[in-house]
Ligand binder design. Structure first.
Ligand SMILES: Cc1cc2nc3c(=O)[nH]c(=O)nc-3n(C[C@H](O)[C@H](O)[C@H](O)COP(=O)(O)OP(=O)(O)OC[C@H]3O[C@@H](n4cnc5c(N)ncnc54)[C@H](O)[C@@H]3O)c2cc1C
Length: 325
């Protein structure tokens, strides 16, 4: 009989888990609350411009993730990015490893993982429960699907606790994890007014990162599309502020630290990643209860990088396969 698995969350962890399960012959359904897949590997369109307002680039240390990036690049969904930069006094952004970006946007990096998997977007999972025949996934409109033999929740730690907090073996370790918010600002300028560099990092207590998004391969070179990330501590202090006010404050700070002329952007949009960056990780690759056939995965299990999400999801998938074989 074909094994059925439900994956909650269509970020890198969820989709890498889904692909591992799919390749082992499982029937997999992925439930994603947003309209788009990719999670924090995100690309948004404002007018005619696209912005990567979450993850900026990815690097690979493990053999598996290197192989995956080569596969994605071979399909035309990723390319190397060599931004002009001077970070920590080193030319070339201090790149120890090659930087890859999705093309035409970061969200493209997950596309090959989504093939042959049934993905339902705009489906926020409210709860999961287990009856005699297996797991059922419930949504906010009180409809449900199931039964599934196993469930993988690949959502940020705080959301995993909401879904699975009643399982002690999952809830307790989840309590160790801390994630920080990050305000992202997307700015469109008519003219090129930034100094002659493509990325700037740790510019002040407020500004963590500035990138000329349009210098990434496959983006429109017209004008300037800039992505700014605030520091986690400033983002935490300003978590409840209005996005319009955040946009003004961050742009004022960027103008100040880069010494820009007083120019009004054509467009500015601020977005809060409420569970954006991992501050304290779990220190384990995933959590899985083989008694209950339910587990959790995400970048926060191992670290704060896309590669951690990929590995965590893949390894949870393998644990599910093993427990059901
Ligand atoms: C501002 C920022 C910059 C970053 N820069 C980099 C970088 O340069 N390099 C790098 O390697 N990493 C970077 N990262 C980290 C990287 O984006 C993450 O490590 C990776 O994308 C995490 O993937 P994930 O699948 O674990 O989680 P996510 O991408 O968060 O995926 C979880 C998914 O679950 C969905 N979800 C949550 N709750 C529910 C629910 N109840 N029902 C249904 N769906 C739900 C969410 O909508 C989301 O799509 C950055 C992150 C941020 C926020």
């Amino acid at each position: 009989m074909t094994k059925r698995a439900a994956v909650i969350g269509a970020g890198l962890a969820g989709l890498s888990c889904a692909r591992t399960l799919r390749r082992a012959g499982f029937f997999v359904e992925v439930f994603e609350q947003e309209r788009m897949i990719g999670g924090r590997m995100a690309t948004t369109r404002l007018g005619t411009d696209t912005f990567d307002h979450g993850s900026q680039y990815v690097t690979a240390r493990s053999r598996e993730f290197k192989a995956y990036l080569e596969e994605v690049a071979g399909l035309g969904y990723a390319a190397r990015w060599n931004p002009r930069a001077q970070l920590n006094g080193e030319e070339g952004a201090g790149q120890m490893l090659p930087w890859y970006v999705g093309t035409p946007g970061m969200a493209s990096l997950v596309r090959p993982l989504a093939e042959s998997v049934r993905i339902h977007t705009g489906r926020k999972v409210h709860t999961v429960d287990r009856k005699d025949k297996g797991w059922h996934v419930w949504f906010e409109d009180e409809t449900s699907v199931g039964p599934f033999h196993a469930v993988a929740a690949t959502v940020p730690a705080a959301q995993a606790r909401l879904l699975l907090g009643r399982f002690d073996e999952i809830a307790q370790p989840l309590g160790r994890v801390r994630m920080m918010p990050c305000w992202a600002l997307m700015v469109r300028l008519e003219d090129k007014i930034l100094p002659d560099q493509d990325v700037f990092s740790d510019m002040s207590e407020v500004i963590r990162w500035i990138a000329r998004n349009n210098t990434k391969p496959g983006r429109s070179p017209r004008g300037e599309s800039i992505v700014i990330h605030a520091s986690p501590s400033w983002s935490r202090e300003s978590e409840d502020a209005e996005p319009e006010m955040i946009a003004e404050e961050l742009w004022g700070e960027v103008s100040h630290v880069l010494g820009l002329p007083p120019v009004r952007p054509v467009h500015m949009t601020a977005y809060l990643w409420r569970h954006g960056l991992v501050d304290q990780s779990l220190g384990e690759t995933f959590i899985y209860s083989s008694d209950h056939k339910v587990g959790v995965a995400g970048d926060w299990c191992l670290g704060r990088l896309a590669e951690h999400a990929f590995e965590s999801g893949n390894r949870l998938g393998k644990a599910i396969i093993e427990s059901l074989s």
